[in-house]
Design a protein around this ligand. Structure first.
Ligand code: NAP
Length: 320
């Protein structure tokens, strides 16, 4: 038997239940992962509340969680030696094997004891990463990497990141700093010392933001990443001097402002992203703090904290 967090109707965290389910079989090109940790993301509760679909209840019991770390415990047809693995990227050593520690992303169902995962969205987990740390990485790192690529920043540019203390914001800020970009970021005052340690110039969000950003970045803002989604597109366009240098990942009104909205549909292969990012993590040049961990059976509390929206870094669910 396996256990999974699921819901059968949209709503608040209380609709989540821990269900006994048949152990999932990996399909062709998949492996089954015995999950040890799963990251929590905004998309988890946005899907659960029914904000992302076309209305109506879920078609059947829906799983939650889009990123995980764990060990492979079964291999589907054709997944033992993949072209990618043979080429020496994801699987390393010429293929995936039972017992191997991995991390990656799925469309849903990571908050469970077992999850089937496509090998193209899977990476071998280095021994120096913990399961909790690895599970916190795929979404934040891929989103940050993808949006920075879209903004095409050059050394010496100044980037403004809204919600810089969240998972995506922290990764984007540190990757940008590593590339010689100046970073100004919005966060509550309690985060400011930590942000300064990362080389970020913190400013408080809320009324008067434009003046505070201009004071923190007298050289001007070249580009903006909105990871907040809390009505900051107008001020972002004003500060960047136009909409083409602004990307949001969280504001559905992007088109009204002529700003591009980057989604997972523009997703980048994890192998490309982590080829740059793993060495930064290993030498401590990129830090992704974990605000709090919750055991699987308390996934609803993890969702509550995520939905409140005030945290430093990531929330992670642990699976015994
Ligand atoms: N489109 C995509 O591909 C994609 C991918 C990943 C995430 N997302 C979305 O992007 C957003 C960010 O996700 P995330 O996981 O990085 O972080 P998150 O956990 O959703 O955001 C938490 C952060 O938001 C900050 N915050 C709260 N109120 C704020 C405000 N008024 N102004 C600025 N910051 C504020 C908090 O800072 P304080 O604690 O200091 O208040 C906290 O650090 C979410 O909406 C998520 O769903 C989209």
């Amino acid at each position: 038997m396996s256990q999974a967090i699921r819901y059968v109707r949209h709503g608040g965290p209380e609709v989540l239940t821990l269900d006994d389910v048949p152990i999932p079989e990996p399909g062709p090109g998949q492996v089954r992962v015995a999950v040890r940790a799963a990251g929590v993301n905004g998309i988890d509760w946005k899907l659960r509340r029914g904000f992302m679909g076309r209305g109506g209840p879920p078609a059947g019991p829906a799983g939650v969680g889009v990123e995980f770390a764990g060990t492979i415990d079964a291999i589907g047809a054709g997944a033992g030696v993949t072209a990618d693995a043979a080429a020496g990227d994801g699987g390393g050593n010429g293929g995936w094997s039972v017992g191997q520690a991995v991390f990656g992303r799925v469309l849903s169902g990571a908050a469970a004891t077992h999850v089937p995962a496509d090998t193209e969205d899977l990476l071998a987990m280095p021994a120096w990463l913990s399961f909790e740390q690895a599970a916190a990485l795929p979404v934040a790192v891929e989103t940050a990497w993808r949006t920075l690529r879209r903004l095409d920043l050059k050394e010496g540019h100044t980037l403004l990141v809204h919600a810089v203390a969240g998972g995506v914001g922290l990764v984007a800020a540190q990757l940008a700093r590593d590339r010689g970009v100046r970073v100004v970021g919005t966060a509550s005052p309690a985060r400011h010392d930590f942000l300064r340690e990362l080389g970020v110039r913190p400013v408080e969000y809320g009324d008067g933001l434009a003046e505070r950003v201009r004071a923190a970045a007298p050289e001007g803002v070249d580009a903006v990443l909105d990871a907040s989604g809390r009505d900051v597109l107008a001020v972002s366009v004003e500060l960047a001097g136009g909409p083409d240098r602004v990307v949001t990942i969280a504001d559905g009104r992007a088109a009204e402002y002529g700003v591009s909205f980057s989604t997972g549909a523009d997703g980048v292969p994890l192998a490309d992203v982590f080829a740059e990012v793993l060495p930064l993590l290993e030498r401590g040049a990129l830090r992704v703090p974990i605000e709090r961990t919750f055991p699987l059976e308390r996934t609803a509390d993890a969702h509550r904290l995520s939905e409140e929206g005030h945290l430093l870094g990531k929330i992670v669910i642990t699976v015994p």
